[in-house]
Write a protein that binds this ligand. Structure first.
Ligand SMILES: Cc1ncc(COP(=O)(O)O)c(C=O)c1O
Length: 385
């Protein structure tokens, strides 16, 4: 089709017209996202990812403040130029010690860590086998890699085995989250590692929701005793560790490869040194005191019991709702009653089911949790009316 002649040009660009129509449709379906302030001061935040409240912890804040005085507020360049500081290297050591992995590389976010590692490790000869519930950053990394991708049914060991056995590519990379972000269920990482060994594949485990929460904070992959040379971990520093940033952990050759070919590492400003120091301090807190993690596990049971839902493995409780509109209504009513909860709706949910997302935070007091459970249960009781 020829471009319209200047004299017949419409008043607004076609792209803007389409965007406006799409926005109207989203609003009509109850699917519009909002970036407004959900958890203002005084509101109990059960929507965030600060699972242990470490973003407010005195040691973590002090480490960040001190590092700002030393290095300023920015890494100021890519890690490969002048953006690497001692704070990054100390954090990489601390992450290795926490997770038991041989090497670590810190990225500016968990998102860029997934993009970087998936694109750097794969090519046309690698089949990517990815769980249907994997996070958007994994999906995007797989797409960007241009490697062939086989999506397998959620948490289906049989489907992974079939894909590995029937592949025509010599190499394979199986990708899973350890604790899934939407349903809050866990992958059978031990069996996946065994399968990868049997079929000569690598296993990438995204521990965004496992580190700082499971196995004294070491993550779910800590249960895998062997296969260290087949396992790569990605982590985010922005959830239980209360900071920002991401990391890839695994055999030293993976780190070396990423430094040389992960575009989201090479062409990205390094993580702010203060965030690196905050994450290191957070690791120190959880290594020396398990109280916050124990509280989290206890409150998780309280929420599950009080709300009549299946207990989650990690910090996030998922409450299925009858429709996206209902989910938004309940979230908004709870906000007026002083509780911020999250709300997952299509297209962010892999199975199309809208949900409330409630975080059991380890830093809360028992009476705050009991109060929240009572209020949320009340609102859920007439959510289907
Ligand atoms: C499973 C998973 N991976 C990666 C990320 C991205 O982490 P970040 O927020 O550090 O970019 C998230 C964040 O929501 C996540 O849930």
């Amino acid at each position: 089709m020829n471009a319209p002649h200047a004299s017949t040009l419409p008043t607004s660009p076609m792209i803007i017209d389409r965007l406006a129509r799409q926005a109207e449709h989203r609003g009509h379906m109850g699917l519009a996202r909002s970036d407004g302030i959900l958890a203002a001061r005084g509101v109990l935040d059960l929507a965030g990812n600060d699972y242990l409240g470490l973003s407010q912890h005195s040691h973590v804040c002090a480490a960040a403040a001190e590092t700002i005085h030393t290095y300023g507020t920015s890494a100021r360049a890519s890690r490969l130029v002048t953006g690497t500081t001692a704070a990054h290297l100390v954090l990489e050591e601390a992450l290795c010690e926490l997770t038991g992995r041989a090497s670590a590389l810190v990225f500016s976010s968990g998102y860029t860590a997934n993009l970087g590692v998936i694109t750097a490790l794969t090519g046309p000869d690698t089949l990517i086998i990815s769980d249907a519930h994997n996070h958007a950053s994994i999906i995007d990394g797989a797409r960007l890699s241009k490697a062939p991708v086989h999506i397998v049914a959620h948490n289906s060991i049989a489907a992974v085995e079939q894909a590995l056995a029937n592949r025509t590519q010599p190499e394979a990379l199986v990708i899973t989250e350890s604790v899934f972000s939407v349903l809050g269920d866990a992958a059978d990482v031990e069996t996946l590692a065994q399968l990868c060994a049997r079929y000569d594949a690598m296993l990438l485990i995204d521990e965004a929701h496992g580190i700082g929460v499971l196995n004294q904070g070491r993550g779910l992959a800590a249960v895998i005793a062997n296969y260290a040379d087949r396992i790569v971990i990605t982590a985010t520093l922005s959830k239980a560790l209360g900071s920002q940033g991401g990391a890839v952990l695994g055999p030293p050759v993976i780190r070396e490869t990423l430094v040389n070919s992960a575009r989201s590492f090479i062409f990205d400003t390094g993580l702010a040194p203060a965030n690196a120091a905050a994450a290191t301090a957070a690791i120190g807190v959880i290594q020396h005191d398990t109280t916050l993690m124990k509280n989290l596990a206890m409150y998780r049971s309280t929420f599950a019991k009080g709300l009549g839902i299946t207990p989650a493995i990690g910090a996030v409780q998922s409450v299925p709702m009858v429709s996206p509109q209902r989910a938004v209504e309940v979230r908004d009513v709870l906000a007026t009653r002083g509780i911020a909860v999250g709300c997952f709706r299509p297209p962010s949910v892999p199975d199309g089911v809208s949900r409330l997302r409630i975080t059991a935070r380890g830093d809360l007091e028992r009476d705050q949790v009991d109060w929240a459970v009572q209020i949320i249960a009340e609102e859920l009781a007439h959510a289907d009316d």
